[in-house]
Design a protein. Structure first.
Ligand code: GAP
Length: 519
C-alpha cells in the first residue's frame, strides 16, 4: 500500500524543493555514519577488541550524552509536562506468565529459512528484498550479484536459490521465537525459564492497577517507560537500526471505550491525536518534513492485539523504514492479564457506575532509531572559504556538548586559567568541554563535526597583558555553530546568555544584544 503522506503537500513539497539536492538526510550514508560515530565517540561496536558481538553496539562518550538528551526531552515533553501522564521503571525480567498472557510465547515469531549449503539464515519475508548471487548458465557460469527482485540480464532467471551463496536450496519457513530465554535462580531447568523482555509495554499493563490505585488517576491517562528490550532478531543489521539489545520509549495511554471525544470513539480520537503529537515531536527536535511519512498497517499485517497501527517512517540511508509505531491495542492486554492472573484489571466509571476495561493507545518509539534519525538529519557538508565543513546541526537540546571553551593561545597561563574557570562554571548546568589541542580554526571544525552549538574563545583582549600593565576587558567571543557569527559577551553574563540560547532563544536575539568582536 502506498504510504499516506502526513503533511499538507504544498508545504512539504515547497520545503523539500527549497532544500535542494544534498538536503538533510541525503548526505549521510551508513558508511559515513558508522565511521563518524566511531571516530568521534558516538557509537562503538560492542566488544570490538574480541572481534565484536553480533548486532549489539556501545554508546561512547558523545553517544551516551545524545541518547540521554533524547530520553530526557521525551520524558519532559510526554511525562513531566502533562497532567495525564505518569512514569514507571520496571524490571527487565518479568514473570514468565506475562509472555504467555501477552501472546509473545505464541506469536512473537518470525518465519525463518536456512540455506542447506552455506547454512546462512534469513527471515523468510526478507529474502526477496536482498541482492542475490547468481552463477549464470548463459555466461559459462560467471558469478553476478543481481539487484533485489530483478531477473538476470543474461539468462532471464529469477532467484530460486540462497541469495548469499547462490548455490544452496532454502528450507521451508519455520517459526522462530524472538525472545531471549534465560533461567531465574541457580538451577537450569524448565521450571526456572524466564525471558528478557522483548518490549517495555507489558510492565505498564501488569502494573495498571498498582499505578491506578496509588496515583488515584482518572481516565484518560498514560503510563510511560523508557528502558531496554531484547529481541533475538534473525537478521539484525544496518548499524543501530535493528539490534538484539536496544532501548524503547513507550507509552500506554488508557481511555474509556464508552467515551466519545469530538463525536468519535475515545480510542480512535486519541489514536489520531497521538500520531499527530509524535510527528510534531520529531519535527520539533529537527527531523525534516520531507524525511517523514506515515504508513498505515494493512489488515493482514496487524499484530495480534491491534485494531489499527500506524508507523511513523523515516527516510533512513537504507530507505524508508519504521521509526516508531502507534497502535490501538484495544482492551486485549488488560483482558489477557486479568484472565491469566485472576486479578481484576478494570476501572470504575463513576458517571456510568460500571466497571470498564480501558482501551489502550500505544505510542512506541525506539531510542536507538530516534538517535540514528536525528544524526542523519543533522548531518551537513558545507563549503566555507573553499574548505569542506562537516557539521551536525543538532537541536541544541539534543546536542551532546552544549559549549566548548577554547583558549586562543595555550601558552598564556592567564588565558588557559580563565578558560578553565569558565568551563567549570558553565559545567554546573551543562555538558561543557575545554580543548586546546589545535589551532582555533581546527578546534571550531571539530566542534562543528559533533554538533556543539556554541564555542567560547578566550583571547588576549579578555585577560589583557599584565607585563604591559594592560587589564583585559573580561569579555569572550561566542561563536554560533550554524551561522558561524560571533558576538563579544562579558564573562559575567555568559551563564544568562547560554540559559536563553539553550532554552530555545534564537541566535538573532543574542546577536542583536551584543556586538561582533573587533576584526
Ligand atoms: N510495544 C510495541 C512494540 O514494541 P515495535 O514496533 O515492535 O512495537 C517499537 O517496537 C519500536 O521499537 C520500533 O518502532 C523501533 O523504533 C524500536 N525497535 C523495535 N525492534 C528493534 C530492534 N531490533 N532494534 C532497534 N530498535 C527496535
Amino acid at each position: 500500500m502506498p504510504a499516506r503522506l502526513i503533511y499538507d503537500h504544498e508545504t512539504r513539497d515547497a520545503k523539500s524543493a527549497a532544500a535542494g539536492p544534498g538536503s538533510p538526510g541525503d548526505l549521510m550514508n551508513m558508511d559515513t555514519l558508522v565511521s563518524l560515530s566511531k571516530r568521534r565517540g558516538f557509537v562503538f561496536q560492542s566488544s570490538e577488541i574480541y572481534g565484536g558481538t553480533g548486532s549489539v553496539w556501545d554508546y561512547g562518550p558523545l553517544g551516551v550524552e545524545l541518547k540521554n538528551n533524547i530520553k530526557r526531552v521525551w520524558w519532559r515533553d510526554f511525562v513531566q509536562s502533562r497532567a495525564d501522564m505518569v512514569g514507571i521503571d520496571a524490571s527487565i525480567l518479568m514473570h514468565p506468565m506475562v509472555w504467555k498472557a501477552s501472546g509473545h510465547l505464541e506469536h512473537f515469531t518470525d518465519p525463518m529459512v536456512d540455506c542447506r549449503e552455506c547454512k546462512h539464515r534469513f527471515r523468510a519475508d526478507h529474502v526477496d528484498a536482498l541482492p542475490w548471487t547468481h552463477y549464470c548458465p548463459a555466461t559459462k557460469g560467471n558469478k553476478f550479484t543481481i539487484p533485489a527482485g530483478e531477473p538476470c540480464g543474461h539468462c532471464g532467471q529469477r532467484r530460486s536459490l540462497c541469495p548469499q551463496c547462490g548455490k544452496g536450496e532454502l528450507t521451508e519457513p519455520r517459526q522462530f521465537n524472538l525472545m531471549f530465554k534465560t533461567f531465574m535462580g541457580p538451577v537450569e531447568e524448565d521450571a526456572a525459564v524466564t525471558y528478557l523482555r522483548p518490549e517495555t509495554a507489558q510492565a505498564m499493563f501488569v502494573n495498571f492497577d498498582n499505578v491506578l490505585q496509588s496515583m488515584r488517576l482518572k481516565l484518560p491517562f498514560g503510563i510511560a517507560q523508557a528502558g531496554r528490550s531484547f529481541r533475538n532478531e534473525i537478521t539484525p543489521g544496518n548499524f543501530i537500526f535493528r539490534t538484539r539489545e536496544f532501548e524503547q520509549m513507550e507509552i500506554e495511554f488508557f481511555v474509556n471505550p464508552n467515551d466519545r471525544v469530538d463525536g468519535r470513539p475515545a480510542d480512535e480520537y486519541w489514536h489520531d491525536r497521538w500520531i499527530k503529537d509524535c510527528v510534531a515531536w520529531f519535527r520539533r527536535y529537527g527531523l525534516t518534513d520531507a524525511n517523514l511519512r506515515l504508513r498505515e498497517h494493512e489488515k493482514d499485517e496487524l499484530a495480534h492485539y491491534a485494531k489499527r497501527t500506524v508507523d511513523i517512517e523515516y527516510k533512513f540511508p537504507i530507505g524508508w523504514s519504521e521509526l516508531m509505531g502507534i497502535a490501538n491495542r484495544t482492551d486485549f492486554d488488560l483482558k489477557q492479564h486479568a484472565k491469566w492472573s485472576g486479578k481484576s484489571l478494570t476501572y470504575f466509571d463513576e458517571e456510568r457506575k460500571e466497571h470498564v476495561v480501558p482501551y489502550v493507545v500505544e505510542p512506541a518509539a525506539g531510542v536507538d532509531r530516534a538517535l540514528l534519525a536525528f544524526m542523519v538529519d543533522a548531518y551537513r557538508e558545507e563549503e566555507v572559504r573553499g574548505e569542506k565543513r562537516v557539521v551536525l546541526k543538532f537541536h541544541p537540546e539534543l546536542a551532546p556538548l552544549k559549549v566548548a571553551v577554547l583558549p586562543l593561545l595555550k601558552k598564556r597561563d592567564d588565558i588557559v586559567r580563565t578558560a578553565h574557570a569558565i568551563r567549570a562554571d558553565l559545567a554546573k548546568r551543562w555538558r561543557v568541554v575545554y580543548d586546546d589541542t589545535a589551532a582555533i580554526g581546527r578546534l571550531y571544525r571539530r566542534q562543528d563535526e559533533v554538533g556543539t552549538p556554541y564555542c567560547v574563545t578566550v583571547d588576549v583582549q579578555t585577560v589583557g597583558d599584565s607585563e604591559r600593565g594592560e587589564t583585559g576587558d573580561q569579555k569572550v567571543t561566542i561563536r554560533d555553530r550554524d551561522s558561524m557569527e560571533q558576538i563579544r559577551v562579558p564573562i559575567a553574563e555568559l551563564a544568562t546568555v547560554f540559559r536563553d540560547l539553550l532554552d530555545g532563544a534564537a541566535w538573532s536575539e543574542a546577536s542583536a544584544r551584543y556586538p561582533a568582536p573587533r576584526a
